[in-house]
Design a protein around this ligand. Sequence first.
Ligand code: F6P
Length: 542
Amino acid sequence: MDDSDITRSSEWLELGEHHRAVEGRTLRELFAEDPERAGRMSVSAGELFLDYSKHRATAETVGLLVRLAERAGLRESIEKMFGGEHINVSEDRAVLHTALRLPRDAELVVDGQDVVADVHAVLDEMAAFADRVRSKEWRGATGEPIATVVNIGIGGSDLGPFMAYEALADYADAGIEARFVSNIDPADISGKLRGLDPATTLFVISSKTFTTLETLTNARVARDWLVAALGEEAVGKHFVAVSTNAEKVGAFGIDTANMFGFWDWVGGRYSFDGAIGLSLMLAVGPANFRRMLDGFHTIDEHFRNTPFEANMPVLMGLLGVWYTDFFGAQTRAVLPYSQRLHRFPAYLQQLTMESNGKSVKADGTPVTSDTGEIFWGEPGTNGQHAFYQLLHQGTRLVPADFIGFAEPHEDPAGMHDILTANLLAQTTALAFGKTAEEIAAEGTAAEIVPHKVMPGNRPTSTILAPRLTPEVLGQLVALYEHIVFVEGTVWGIDPFDQWGVELGKKMALDLAPTLTSEEPPTAFPDASTENLVRKYRQLRGR
Ligand code: F6P
C-alpha cells in the first residue's frame, strides 16, 4: 500500500464496508436496539457536554474511526503540534496557538526561544495597556477618556475578536464599546465611524502582516478622520497596532511602543487569544480575557491527554470525516442557541474552511478524498424560521452541531427555557422524524400526508454548557480548532497555510488601476473581465 494514501488503508476500506451496513439503518432502530446508547455516546470536556448519540453511527463505527485516526498518525501529529515542530510544511513554521494559553509556569522552548515567557510578556503588556485605558488613566489627545475602541482588521484579525466581543457582551464592564471594521467597502468604515467622537475613540489596527490592503486602506481613512478633527499630533494617543511586523507599523506612523506583537507560529485564524484579542481585552478586561485563555487550555489538555474514544475534538472531527467521505455530505451547519454567538458560524467559516479547504496533501500530491466541510449557520431560533425546512425535508444530508447553554445571563419571562426547548425539539425531530402512519393517524387527509412526512435520520451533535462564560467560550473555540486539526490530519493536508487566497489579492491590485484609468482597457486575461471593466467604467461615467 502507498503509505501516504489514507484512502487505500485497510482502516478506510473497512469503514467503506461498514458504511454500506450502516447507511440503511435508522436512528429509530439504533435507539430501540440499545437503551444505553445516549449514555454511551456522550462525553465531557471541561464544562462542555457532548451528546453524539443522534449520529448515524454505532459503537463499531466509532471504533473504526478511532483506528483510522491512529492509522493517520493523529497521536504523533498532536504531539508534534504541541511540541512546536514545523508542521506547517509549506511555510516551514511551527503551529503553536496552543502556547498562547499556556499557564505562566509552563515550559516550552521552540527553535531556541522561550515561548511561554514571550507569550506572557505580551499578555502583560496588553493587560497593562487595557488597565490604563479602562481606568481612564490613558486619555485621548484632548484629555478625554476612551469610550469606543475601533478594531480595524480582516479575516483572523477581525472575525475572532468580533465574535468573542459579541459572545462576551455581558462581561464588558468598563463602559467601553468595541466596533469592528473589516471590509474595504467604504460603507463599512463610514457606518462604524458614524456617531463617534474622535476625542474618545481609540483605533486598534490589527494585522499580522501589516500589508493587508483592506486593513491599511481603512486605517488610512480612520487616520484622516482623526487628524481632520484633532490634528496630526493626536495620532499617538488614538492609534495602537497589533502585528508581527514592527517595521511596517512604524512606517505607517504608529509608535512601536504602542504595538502588541505576536509570532509567525500563530496563524491569523488562530490568533484572537493572543494580541489580536486586544480590542476584546479592552472591553471585557484582562481578568476575563485570562479566564477565556484558561478555557482554551482546558480543552488543549483534554485533546492532548484523553483517549480518542472519549476525546471530544477527536470524535467530532472523525464524525466530520465520516459524513464528508462516506456519506458524501457537503456541509455542516453550526446552530448556536445563543444570540450572543451570532458571529460564531462566520468565525468558524474562516477557521475551518481556510484551514481544510485544500486539494493537495502536505507533501504536494493530490488528495484522494473529499476535504473541507462547508460550515454555515445562524443562531436558533432564527434559523428555524429560515432554512431548517431544508434540514428536515430536503434531499441533502446536512449534519448539524447544536450548541446550547443551561443558564442565561438574563431571562425575562422565562424565555431561556423556551429557547432550549426549541433546540431539543429540533434535534429530536431531525433524528426521529414522523412517519406517514403517524401523520395519517392524526386525521390528516391522504393527499396531504406525503407533504407532512418528516424523514428523520438527520444527524446532529448537541453541545451543552452551563453558561456562556469566558471559560466556556475558550473551550468552545479550542474544541473547533482541534476538530479542524483532526480532520486535516486524517486527510493528510496542511491546515495551517492559505495559499488559495493569494492569487485573488494580486489580481485585485493589478485590476484596480484599470478601473480608474482613462485609457482603453488592455491586456486582460479574458474577454468577460474586460467587458465587465468597460461596463463598470461606463456606469461610473469614466
Ligand atoms: O485572507 C487571508 C489572510 O491572510 C488570513 O489568513 C488572515 O487572517 C487575513 O488575511 C488577514 O491578514 P493580516 O492579519 O496579515 O492582515
